[in-house]
Design a protein around this ligand. Structure first.
Ligand code: AP5
Length: 216
């Protein structure tokens, strides 16, 4: 199955992708994670992307599209994947369509997670991420047993540079302007599956799986 997870920052795309990975074994491709890894190693891509990410802006379409093309071409003939954070503009969506059409592997579903704006800000401003294993927690709604220490692996937790209040607002504005038009784009193609992204993460997962018509 080939899926896009769509939704504003903090909608729970990464969280749902990880839960779906456990249930379905589909490959999870997160452009945010790939870009953060590139920044961490100071690769050419990372150096080009760093400033955009810190300001909460989008990395230029060409850089991200090339990164995804490389990632997909390394997969087998009939890959099964979830794209998390890509596409994020109509230009990226059209590029993805061409990439997949050239290999006759069309997209099957676009899951759009819907969460109220104030809840997005609350989730992002309290998010903490493990430096070692990437596990996420939240300072008030999902705290770790020991403050600052990951429950999964004991690694140190950090706050993402772009999870500070000012940058969160900038990211949400970018979403409204550049990414929200994809809802109409994919609805027009009959691929959009809208899902309420509020409530316990496992409830959201059940809704997602039901929309994908997989056994939940
Ligand atoms: P990226 O890493 O993709 O960030 P994002 O889209 O802003 O998404 P987030 O990771 O912030 O949120 P999410 O929806 O995954 O939510 P999560 O599950 O983490 O991108 C970062 C940057 O990279 C971009 O700003 C841009 O610069 C660049 N970039 C990436 N892709 C690009 C592209 N295609 N083109 C150009 N530039 C690109 O959950 C958030 C929090 O909420 C967590 O604390 C979690 O525990 C909590 N939570 C999740 N679900 C629930 C729930 N049901 N109830 C309560 N809390 C919940």
């Amino acid at each position: 199955m080939r899926i896009v997870l769509l939704g504003p920052p903090g909608a729970g795309k990464g969280t749902q992708a990880k839960l779906m990975l456990e249930r379905t074994g589909m490959v999870h491709i997160s452009t945010g994670d790939l870009l953060r890894a590139a920044v961490a190693t100071s690769s050419t891509l990372g150096r080009a992307a760093k400033g955009f990410m810190e300001r909460g802006e989008l990395v230029p379409d060409q850089l991200v599209t090339d990164m995804i093309r490389d990632r997909l071409s390394a997969m087998g003939a009939a890959p099964s994947f979830m794209l998390d954070g890509f596409p994020r503009t109509v230009v990226q969506a059209e590029a993805l369509e061409k990439m997949l059409a050239s290999r006759s592997i069309p997209l099957e579903h676009v899951i759009s997670l819907d969460v109220p704006r104030e809840e997005l800000v609350r989730r992002l401003s309290g998010r903490r991420t493990c430096r070692v294993c990437g596990a996420m927690s939240h300072v008030t709604s999902d705290p770790t047993r020991r403050p600052g220490v990951c429950d999964e692996c004991g690694g140190a937790l950090y706050q993402r540079e772009d999870d500070r209040e000012e940058t969160i607002r900038a990211r949400l504005e970018v979403y409204d302007r550049a990414t929200a038009p994809l809802i109409t784009f994919y609805r027009g193609r009959g691929l959009l599956r809208e899902v309420d992204g509020t409530g316990p993460t496992t409830d959201v997962l059940d809704r997602v799986m039901a929309r994908l018509e997989l056994a939940a």
